[in-house]
Structures are given as C-alpha cells and as structure tokens.
Ligand binder design. Structure first.
Ligand code: G3H
Ligand code: 13P
Ligand code: ZN
Length: 315
C-alpha cells in the first residue's frame, strides 16, 4: 500500500546495491517513537545519507504500526533523502505480510531459529509475497548468540553462518539480503573478553555468494564508552558493557556488509541524556525539557555512525 505522501519509500535492495558499489554501508536504525525518528532523519538529511528506518515487533506493540507509519510519512515530507522502512526480525509470514500491506518497503523474515529447510520454506513464502509488491526481503542464517572468545572451531561451525549454506539459501529463496552470524550479538554486552569477529568466515561467505550480494550485520552497536559513562555517572548500572570496535566496520564493508543495524547505541544516547538532564534539573517534569536533549544526543550518534559507515554524501 503506498503511503499518503508525495514522496515514497525506497526498497532496501536499491539502497544496498548502491552502497556496495559506493563501498559504504547504510545504517539501519530502530525507531520506537517520534523523537528517535526525528533525530535519525535530521542526521541523514544533514549528511545527505540514505537511511533505513527499522521497526521491530516490539516497536509495533509499543507504538502501534499505524502511528509509526504516520510518523514516517511526516519524516518523508520533511526530508529529501532516500528512506526505507523495514521490519526488523519478523518472526513469521503473517507479520511480514501485515507490514508489506501497511506500506513498509522492506521486511526481515527471521527464520534463523528454524532448521535450514524450514527457514528456506518460510523465507520463500515471504519473498514471493513481497516481490510481487516491490518490497525487499532480508533473511538470516546462523545464530546471533554471544560467544566466548575461546570458542572452538566446531562450536563456531554450529552457531555461525556456513558459507556453502548461504549460497544455497540465497539461490533457493531469492532473498535480497542476508544477515550473517560472525560473532556479533544484540544488546550492550557483546564480548566477555577481546572483541572478535570471524572475518575469515565473512570473506568465505562473500566469495560464496558473490561480491555483488549485500550482507547484513546485526548486533552492530559499538557501545561507546562515553555514552555508557554518561549513563553510569547519572545513576545507571551498566558495568562492563562492550560493543563492536568502530575500526571493524570498514573491513566488514569491504567483505560485502552493506547494511549495519544499530539500536543499543541509540538507546544509550537517549537514556544517558535523559538521566543527565534529571540529575542536573531535579525540578523538571515537562517531557519536552528532557526529550529535547535526548533527541539531540541521538542525532549526534547517528551522524557519527553515518561518518563511520561511510556515505557518498550525494543522497
Ligand atoms: O534486534 C533487536 C532490536 O534491538 C529491537 O529490539 O525487539 O526490543 O524492539 P526490540
Ligand atoms: P544492537 O543491539 O547491537 O544495536 O543491534 C541491533 C540490531 O541488530 C537490530 O536488529
Ligand atoms: Zn538484529
């Protein structure tokens, strides 16, 4: 269903193929409310960078899909950069169809918890429905589990994406992009010891699926120390949090990663700014007083992400 705007959403496939050619990655940022959306879109607008706005099942439950779509319509009207609206981690065929029918330009069907054949079958159903309507599809192979840094080769093989399976999966489903498991995980505690990603495996996946195929990195927040410090200095208890070091993204991009998912860093920026505001202004109770610095902090981190992930600046 087209949105009620003069400007329409862009399918992620279009953005990702362009990113692969331009040797950068498009950030995909989770949206749960108006302030997050405004912050992300203002950042993209200022840096002339394309954006993927993603909505999880949790976000749909929290804010209601209709509200989120109306907010995205407003964002389209107030910007002129290419924007995709993507379902993040859709659990089944029905939710993907509901998002496609509601106007999303991209969906993720996350069948990674199912055995390979079942994953193929579910993804194929979504691909058929989505492609008939001009919508892109992302799927996932492997598990985004937190792993110890001394994980054995056989344990890795059981959890991480298998390059040969990735190729077969893409051929059989026709899916537009594939999320890979190479050592990242969701949330603020990604690594117990040293941060390590399996770049050798990523290179093998890229070789198997081809250089022109877009891969996706979930669990890619960097959990910046300074953001965690702002939270902790203002009453939070988030000890020992660790994310993906920023210098790893250029290597990931060279090896085919064209979409990088970020949620945790936005949460840290938003919450840290609110905590700081309350500590400094204990008498405040007007939500606009504390949501304003929270929105500004998210805009700043998204601008930083865009610079780290690269952009041609011509969006
Ligand atoms: O990958 C998960 C995203 O961070 C979304 O999280 O399901 O709590 O909205 P959520
Ligand atoms: P982070 O928790 O690292 O931000 O990952 C977000 C994500 O992968 C959303 O799908
Ligand atoms: Zn994810």
């Amino acid at each position: 269903m087209p949105l009620c705007t003069s400007r329409q959403l862009v399918p992620t496939k279009e953005l990702l193929l362009k990113a692969l050619k331009g040797k950068y990655a498009v950030g995909a940022y989770n949206v749960n409310n108006m302030e997050l959306l405004q912050a992300i879109v203002e950042a993209g607008n200022e840096l002339r960078a394309p954006l993927i706005l993603q909505v999880s099942e949790g976000a749909r439950k929290y804010a209601d899909q209709t509200y989120l779509i109306k907010l995205v319509e407003a964002a389209l009207e107030s910007s002129d950069i290419p924007i995709a609206l993507h379902l993040d981690h859709g659990e089944g065929v029905e939710i993907c169809k509901a998002c496609i029918d509601g106007g999303f330009s991209s969906v993720m069907i996350d069948g990674s918890k199912h055995p390979f054949e079942e994953n193929v079958a579910i993804v194929k159903q979504v691909v058929d429905y989505a492609h008939a309507r001009g919508v892109s599809v992302e799927a996932e192979l492997g598990r985004l589990a937190g792993v110890e840094d001394n994980i054995s080769v056989s344990e890795k093989d059981a959890i991480f994406t298998n390059p040969r399976e990735a190729k077969e999966f893409i051929e059989r489903t026709g899916v537009d992009s594939l999320a890979v498991a190479i050592g990242t995980s969701h949330g603020a505690y990604k690594f117990k010891g040293e941060a390590k990603l399996d770049f050798e495996r990523l290179a093998e996946i890229q070789e198997a699926v081809g250089q022109g195929y877009p891969l996706v990195l979930h669990g890619a927040s960097s959990v910046p120390e300074e953001l965690v410090k702002i939270c902790n200095d203002n009453g939070a208890e988030i000890p020992g949090a660790k994310g993906v070091p920023e210098e790893m993204f250029s290597q990931a991009t060279k090896l085919g990663v064209a979409k990088i998912n970020v949620d945790t860093d936005l949460r840290l920026a938003f919450t840290g700014a609110i905590r700081k505001h309350f500590k400094e202004n204990p008498s405040h109770f007007d939500p606009r007083q504390y949501l304003k610095p929270a929105r500004a902090a998210v805009k700043e981190i998204v601008k930083h992400k865009i610079q780290v992930f690269g952009t041609d600046g011509k969006a």
